[in-house]
Design a protein around this ligand. Structure first.
Ligand code: AMP
Ligand code: ZN
Length: 115
Protein backbone atom coordinates (compact mmCIF):
# COMPACT_ATOMS: atom_id res chain seq x y z
CA UNK A 1 0.00 0.00 0.00
CA UNK A 2 1.21 3.48 -0.90
CA UNK A 3 0.65 6.18 1.71
CA UNK A 4 -1.58 9.02 0.51
CA UNK A 5 -2.98 7.02 -2.40
CA UNK A 6 -6.78 7.28 -2.56
CA UNK A 7 -7.34 3.90 -4.20
CA UNK A 8 -4.88 2.10 -1.90
CA UNK A 9 -6.89 3.49 1.02
CA UNK A 10 -10.20 2.42 -0.52
CA UNK A 11 -8.80 -1.07 -1.23
CA UNK A 12 -7.61 -1.26 2.40
CA UNK A 13 -11.04 -0.22 3.70
CA UNK A 14 -9.73 3.04 5.14
CA UNK A 15 -11.96 5.22 2.96
CA UNK A 16 -15.55 4.12 2.28
CA UNK A 17 -16.81 3.24 -1.18
CA UNK A 18 -19.68 1.29 -2.67
CA UNK A 19 -18.02 -2.05 -3.40
CA UNK A 20 -19.66 -4.00 -6.21
CA UNK A 21 -17.01 -6.75 -6.41
CA UNK A 22 -13.93 -7.81 -4.48
CA UNK A 23 -11.44 -10.69 -4.56
CA UNK A 24 -7.82 -11.18 -3.52
CA UNK A 25 -6.49 -9.25 -6.54
CA UNK A 26 -8.92 -6.44 -7.27
CA UNK A 27 -11.76 -4.31 -5.97
CA UNK A 28 -14.57 -2.79 -8.04
CA UNK A 29 -16.43 0.27 -6.76
CA UNK A 30 -19.05 2.69 -7.99
CA UNK A 31 -17.47 5.91 -9.27
CA UNK A 32 -18.30 8.78 -6.89
CA UNK A 33 -19.04 11.07 -9.87
CA UNK A 34 -20.68 8.75 -12.42
CA UNK A 35 -20.42 9.65 -16.09
CA UNK A 36 -23.04 7.06 -17.09
CA UNK A 37 -25.84 5.10 -15.36
CA UNK A 38 -23.29 2.32 -14.80
CA UNK A 39 -19.84 3.62 -13.88
CA UNK A 40 -17.69 1.11 -12.05
CA UNK A 41 -13.97 1.42 -11.34
CA UNK A 42 -11.91 -1.79 -11.41
CA UNK A 43 -8.86 -1.29 -9.23
CA UNK A 44 -5.98 -3.69 -8.54
CA UNK A 45 -5.18 -3.94 -4.84
CA UNK A 46 -1.49 -3.70 -5.69
CA UNK A 47 -0.35 -0.11 -6.14
CA UNK A 48 0.60 0.41 -9.78
CA UNK A 49 0.70 4.09 -10.71
CA UNK A 50 -0.54 3.79 -14.29
CA UNK A 51 -0.65 1.62 -17.39
CA UNK A 52 2.78 3.07 -18.20
CA UNK A 53 4.17 1.18 -15.18
CA UNK A 54 3.14 -2.37 -15.99
CA UNK A 55 5.45 -5.19 -17.00
CA UNK A 56 5.07 -8.84 -18.04
CA UNK A 57 4.52 -9.92 -14.44
CA UNK A 58 1.27 -7.96 -14.43
CA UNK A 59 -0.19 -9.91 -17.36
CA UNK A 60 -2.33 -12.28 -15.21
CA UNK A 61 -3.66 -9.34 -13.20
CA UNK A 62 -4.57 -7.39 -16.34
CA UNK A 63 -6.27 -10.42 -17.85
CA UNK A 64 -8.17 -10.92 -14.59
CA UNK A 65 -9.41 -7.32 -14.65
CA UNK A 66 -10.85 -7.77 -18.16
CA UNK A 67 -12.47 -11.07 -17.20
CA UNK A 68 -14.13 -9.51 -14.15
CA UNK A 69 -15.17 -6.45 -16.19
CA UNK A 70 -16.93 -8.78 -18.63
CA UNK A 71 -18.63 -10.65 -15.78
CA UNK A 72 -19.68 -7.45 -14.01
CA UNK A 73 -21.11 -6.10 -17.26
CA UNK A 74 -23.31 -9.20 -17.47
CA UNK A 75 -24.35 -8.86 -13.80
CA UNK A 76 -25.17 -5.18 -14.33
CA UNK A 77 -27.15 -6.03 -17.47
CA UNK A 78 -25.27 -3.73 -19.86
CA UNK A 79 -23.89 -6.46 -22.13
CA UNK A 80 -26.76 -6.60 -24.60
CA UNK A 81 -26.68 -2.85 -25.38
CA UNK A 82 -22.90 -2.60 -25.08
CA UNK A 83 -20.47 -0.78 -22.87
CA UNK A 84 -16.96 0.63 -22.70
CA UNK A 85 -13.89 -0.33 -20.65
CA UNK A 86 -11.51 2.62 -20.40
CA UNK A 87 -8.09 3.34 -18.97
CA UNK A 88 -6.91 6.92 -18.71
CA UNK A 89 -3.11 7.04 -18.66
CA UNK A 90 -1.09 10.10 -17.76
CA UNK A 91 -1.86 13.79 -18.03
CA UNK A 92 -3.05 13.92 -21.63
CA UNK A 93 -4.97 10.68 -21.11
CA UNK A 94 -6.98 12.40 -18.38
CA UNK A 95 -5.74 10.32 -15.45
CA UNK A 96 -6.47 12.08 -12.15
CA UNK A 97 -5.88 9.28 -9.64
CA UNK A 98 -2.36 7.88 -9.91
CA UNK A 99 -3.27 4.27 -9.13
CA UNK A 100 -4.11 2.07 -12.13
CA UNK A 101 -7.84 1.63 -12.70
CA UNK A 102 -10.31 0.89 -15.49
CA UNK A 103 -13.67 2.56 -15.97
CA UNK A 104 -16.59 0.26 -16.89
CA UNK A 105 -19.20 2.55 -18.44
CA UNK A 106 -22.65 1.61 -19.67
CA UNK A 107 -26.37 2.19 -19.44
CA UNK A 108 -26.43 4.87 -22.14
CA UNK A 109 -25.09 5.25 -25.67
CA UNK A 110 -21.51 6.50 -25.55
CA UNK A 111 -20.09 8.80 -28.20
CA UNK A 112 -16.80 8.38 -30.06
CA UNK A 113 -14.18 9.79 -30.39
CA UNK A 114 -13.71 10.91 -26.76
CA UNK A 115 -13.08 14.58 -26.06
P1 AMP B 1 -9.27 9.02 -13.77
O1 AMP B 1 -9.64 10.45 -14.07
O2 AMP B 1 -9.27 8.11 -14.94
O3 AMP B 1 -7.99 8.95 -12.94
O4 AMP B 1 -10.45 8.47 -12.86
C1 AMP B 1 -10.56 8.71 -11.50
C2 AMP B 1 -11.99 8.47 -11.14
O5 AMP B 1 -12.07 8.29 -9.72
C3 AMP B 1 -12.94 9.62 -11.49
O6 AMP B 1 -13.96 9.14 -12.37
C4 AMP B 1 -13.52 10.04 -10.14
O7 AMP B 1 -14.87 10.41 -10.21
C5 AMP B 1 -13.31 8.80 -9.29
N1 AMP B 1 -13.20 9.02 -7.85
C6 AMP B 1 -12.48 9.98 -7.23
N2 AMP B 1 -12.60 9.84 -5.88
C7 AMP B 1 -13.39 8.76 -5.67
C8 AMP B 1 -13.89 8.11 -4.51
N3 AMP B 1 -13.58 8.53 -3.27
N4 AMP B 1 -14.70 7.03 -4.67
C9 AMP B 1 -15.02 6.61 -5.91
N5 AMP B 1 -14.57 7.16 -7.05
C10 AMP B 1 -13.78 8.23 -6.94
ZN1 ZN C 1 -2.36 3.15 -4.71
Amino acid sequence: MTVDCLFCKIAAGQIPAVIVYEDEKIIAINDINPAAPVHVLLIPKEHIASLADINEQHSPLLAHIQLIASKLAKDLKITEQGYRLVNNCGIWGGQTVLHLHYHLLGGRELSWPPG
